[in-house]
Design a protein around this ligand. Structure first.
Ligand code: FAD
Length: 307
């Protein structure tokens, strides 16, 4: 029951100020967001790739309020891509972006977000990699899918994310399971009303399996974004049944969560991509990680009391 309360707090400016200023916050945040600058994150990139893992990189930030902030977000990704270039990792290090950080919610936001994200997708393509558009709350998704379709005209490997908790997603998956598409399936991390989304865990899990079957039986490239051991086992089974080889789908997990499992799946020959977030505007991302597992909140609260 704590999850929805934390998700509500993730949208509160007052809570943002309180939590961001707490003296012990940083050391708890580091588990999920292991750096604030490109200089701090590049050693992590090297460590993960040396261990046979791949990355999708997120410069944290969302819900910006001015066009200048959207341009700053674009520039932060361009700097990251520029710094990745000499490493020659190609698609072993791709980018994940949240369109809200590129201005999607501002006036004229759809066009603004497209204009800001396009140079990032172009720069990524120049170094042989690609970009995946994260899924945010359900009100943003029509715009996200339209931007995804537009970008794919020139950059067909641009990926997108679909969320199993939304009723609409089974239909989205059928449309997206086409040749050349890259689709990450996740359970969903936002607080969504019962009119648009399943609320019970078992309903979300069942929807996840139905949607994953559609992706696996389709012609696109499924990206399984989950730490759930049952779903990972089911994904392996569905891939086998659909006759997919190990390089025809991939697993994705978040940095700081089930790290042993990242290495185990990679050692089995799977493509394992770690979603690695960095930057200073970490509040929303961090709060969603707390909401997913109440034990994280207890750890956070204890560290504040014992300091
Ligand atoms: P759960 O049932 O929540 O977790 C399974 C197990 O994993 C738990 O029992 C626990 O052991 C571990 N675990 C899960 N979360 C945590 C945590 N925070 N801390 C510690 N342990 C944990 N959501 C979106 O809405 N949009 C996106 O674009 C998006 N992108 C994502 C990208 C990736 C690569 C991943 C892995 C997730 C993404 N998510 C996104 C988040 C996702 O929607 C879920 O909220 C999150 O993955 C938790 O669901 P789960 O499938 O891991 O299953």
């Amino acid at each position: 029951m704590l999850g929805p309360v934390i998700l509500a707090a993730s949208r509160s400016d007052r809570m943002r100020r309180l939590i961001s200023a707490a003296p012990v916050t940083k050391q708890v945040v580091d588990r999920f967001i292991p750096g604030e600058t490109v200089d701090e994150i590049l050693p992590i990139v090297r460590e993960l790739t040396d261990n046979g893992l791949e990355l999708t990189m997120d410069v944290v930030g969302e819900d910006i309020t001015t066009p200048e902030q959207a341009e700053a977000a674009r520039d932060a990704y361009l700097e990251l891509i520029d710094r990745l270039k000499p490493l020659g990792l190609g698609e072993r290090a791709e980018m994940s972006v949240k369109l809200s950080m590129f201005g999607q919610a501002l006036s004229g936001g759809h066009e603004l977000a497209l204009a800001n994200v396009r140079p990032v997708v172009e720069a990524a393509a120049e170094i042989g990699t690609t970009v995946t558009l994260d899924a945010e709350d359900h009100t943003t998704l029509d715009s996200m899918f339209a931007i995804h379709e537009e970008l794919r005209k020139d950059f067909p490997r641009t990926g997108c994310v679909i969320q199993a908790y939304l009723f609409r997603t089974e239909e989205d998956a059928r449309r997206l399971a086409a040749a050349g598409s890259r689709v990450r399936l996740v359970k969903g991390a936002y607080k969504e009303p019962a009119e648009v989304a399943y609320q019970q865990r078992h309903e979300i899990d069942k929807a996840y399996v139905r949607i994953l079957r559609t992706l696996m039986e389709g012609e696109g490239y499924p990206m399984i974004g989950s730490h759930d051991p049952r779903l990972i086992a089911i994904a392996q089974e569905l891939a086998r049944t659909a006759g997919r080889k190990l390089d025809e789908y991939e697993f994705q997990m978040l940095y700081g969560i089930r790290g042993d499992e990242h290495l185990r799946l990679a050692a089995e020959g799977h493509r394992m991509r770690v979603y690695t977030a960095y930057g200073t505007d970490w509040y929303g991302y961090f709060m969603r990680r707390l909401a997913e597992k109440p034990a994280n909140l207890r750890f956070f609260a204890r560290s504040m009391i014992t300091k």
